[in-house]
Structure formats: C-alpha cells, structure tokens
Design a protein around this ligand. Structure first.
Ligand code: 5RP
Ligand code: FE2
Length: 232
C-alpha cells in the first residue's frame, strides 16, 4: 500500500477526557468525526499510573458506543485481562511484548476471542519482537513517548522507527495497521503520516480543545487533523 491510498484513522485517547462525563465525551468526539476510541489501561505496575479497566469498556458499549474500541494494555501480566477485554467488547487489544511471558500465545488468545491483536513498542523496544509473529498481528503500535502519561512531547527518533515498521508491513504482504501514540498534534501529524503511520492516537491535543460548555467543541480540532492529513 502506498501513501496515496492509505486510509487514515483518528483515535482520540480518552486518557485526557473528563472521566466524570465519559459517555458524553466519547459521543461528542465520535460525532465530531473520530474513527476509533483509544482506551489506555494502566496498572501502576508495568507503568507508574492507574487508569480504567474492562468494566469501563463494557459501560461504554452499554452506553451505546458502536465505534471500534482500541484497548491499549499497559499491564503486566497481560493474559487474564485479555479475556476480560474480549468479554467487555474491545475491538483491538494491544499489549507490550515485554509484559507477556509468551507473546505468541497472548496474540493467539486475542484473535481466538474475535478481537484484532496488536503489539506495542516503547521508544527503546526493538521491532525485532515482530520477527516471528507478523502473521498474528493486525496492528503495530509505536509509542512516541514513554508510556504512562498523556501530554508528553513526541520523541523525534520515532519517525525513523515508523519508516522501518512501514517497510516491514509492506514487505510482509499482511494487512496490518500502523498506529502512533504520544505527542501527536495538528502541527506534526502530517510528518508522522509521511513516515508511514495510518492510525493516530491523540489525547491531550483533542480533549484539551474547545470550551467545556460547547457541545461541538471537538469539531475544529478533528477538522484540523483531517486537513493536515489531506496534504500527505
Ligand atoms: O498510551 C498513552 C500514554 O501511555 C496515551 O495514549 C498517550 O500518551 C496519548 O496522550 P497524548 O496524545 O496527550 O500524548
Ligand atoms: Fe495509548
């Protein structure tokens, strides 16, 4: 696939949403044109922060969210929670290979539950974890910050890593999405897309936009992202 016909998907990270009004926040960002709900799961063990789990994913489904939910598991161990997120209605389940004792088994567990499987690479994690599992991944997620917190700055070296991941995907012949997570803003998304990403997580850039009282507060930031992507 080349840049011209790659479809770009926007995945706002609800890490930066107002948790007290989560259903409403998700409804508004999807109404503004977002494609995927990025759902950050942190365990205060694999990463130094604690967030939300499968019950909240299930609550979003019950609330009526039908868009894909992209569960980014920053937890160790991973396998038990994989089952819980399958039950809770996740669409994608991604995990960090260092957090699984048996990466191949965890990937198979996700697919056997009917979900799409992905591996997440921290800034210092080598892409060689992909060597023997390309046929078992639907998503490769490159972290462009160290995991654990929203609002951090994009690490520029990730652009080269994106180019390398894109080469691997194109050479494999498999349909695999290439997602980027951390510090994605309106002013760098085009450069990130040119380096090979096709799925863009953005938390603070989306949820810090607009005024709380404005029901259309996310329209202009989503439109600005799309305008930038149209230049790629
Ligand atoms: O996985 C994450 C952090 O570990 C988040 O998805 C990410 O940081 C998004 O937030 P921002 O766009 O504000 O950087
Ligand atoms: Fe994330």
């Amino acid at each position: 696939m080349n840049d011209a016909n790659r479809d770009f998907l926007l995945a706002p990270s609800i890490l930066s949403a107002d948790f007290a009004r989560l259903g409403e926040e998700v409804d508004q960002v999807l109404a503004a044109g977002a494609d995927i709900v990025h759902f950050d799961v942190m365990d205060n063990h694999y990463v130094p922060n604690l967030t939300i789990g499968p019950m909240v994913c299930q609550a979003l489904r019950k609330h009526g969210v039908t868009a894909p939910i992209d569960a980014h598991l920053m937890v160790k161990p991973v396998d038990r929670l994989i089952g819980d997120f399958i039950e809770a209605g996740a669409t994608y389940i991604t995990f960090h290979p260092e957090a699984s004792e048996h990466v191949d088994r965890s990937l198979q567990l996700i697919r056997s539950g009917g979900c799409k499987a992905g591996l997440v690479f921290n800034p210092a994690t080598p892409l060689s974890y992909l060597d023997y599992v390309m046929d078992k991944v639907d998503m490769i997620l490159l972290m462009s910050v160290n995991p654990g917190f929203g609002g951090q700055a994009f690490i520029p070296g990730t652009l080269d890593k994106l180019r390398e991941a894109r080469r691997r995907i194109d050479a494999s012949g498999y349909e695999i999405r290439l997602e980027i997570d951390g510090g994605v803003k309106v002013d760098n998304i085009a450069e990130i897309a040119r380096a090979g990403a096709d799925t863009f997580v953005a938390g603070s850039a989306v949820f810090n936009a607009g005024r709380d009282s404005d029901p259309n507060r996310y329209d202009s930031v989503i439109r600005a992202f799309r305008e930038q992507l149209a230049t790629v």
